[in-house]
Design a protein around this ligand. Sequence first.
Ligand code: ACO
Length: 217
Amino acid sequence: MTHQAGDTAERDVVLIGAGGHAHVVADMLAALGRPVRGFIAPTDSTVIEGIDWLGTDDVLAEILPGTADLAMGVGSAGDVSLRRRMFDGLHWAGHLLPALVHPAAAVSGGVSIAPGVQVMLGACVQAGVEIGCNAIINTGAIVDHDCRIGDHAHVAPGAVLCGDVTVGDGAHVGAGARVIQGISIGEDALVAAGAVVISDVAPGARVAGVPAKEMRG
Ligand SMILES: CC(=O)SCCNC(=O)CCNC(=O)[C@H](O)C(C)(C)COP(=O)(O)OP(=O)(O)OC[C@H]1O[C@@H](n2cnc3c(N)ncnc32)[C@H](O)[C@@H]1OP(=O)(O)O
């Protein structure tokens, strides 16, 4: 496995965001035993139990790259643009967002995991898989052998990718969707929750249903 989850394990982590995804990432950091310095959010109105609010995005300028790891607490439910933009900005500013793999995820040996990837509780990732930066393999998702998951892509909770599936950069595979072996899902495409994908999905397309067909409108 080439993920970086253990590379900087002693360093403080600053959590970006305070919504639902941030709560899950905070829980994963606790499970990994990572010390969390605090979270950054637009206001202090949101509470993440046991974690202090550090301030707004302005605080990031005071955190020197190399003095703390960052963890992306901004998720996506179909539109990855905010998460992608934030990751790219932080990455180019020199911050390290290490890959985070929940200890209760099952990740085979020989899996390649880029910086910023988050593999959540109960996910299963099989041999030969490659996961691009900032991608999410969400709760209970199954990514079978030799799949290629693009940068910023999101495999949502309970989705199943059979072997040798390609998910393009920025694509979203919705909750509980099923994708049969060998399928290619194009960049920035969206597979709706519960869909069964049996043919390739074009870049930017939105498909839904069983079997999945292009959505109208
Ligand atoms: C931890 C987390 O929570 S991570 C988040 C995981 N969440 C997901 O993966 C959700 C993915 N999103 C979806 O599946 C959404 O339903 C989308 C993006 C496909 C569609 O959302 P919207 O653009 O808001 O579409 P909207 O709800 O208006 O529905 C438009 C049409 O598509 C249909 N439709 C919407 N979702 C689906 C679906 N999953 N399967 C089949 N048809 C659907 C609707 O019934 C409606 O049909 P109609 O025009 O005949 O009435």
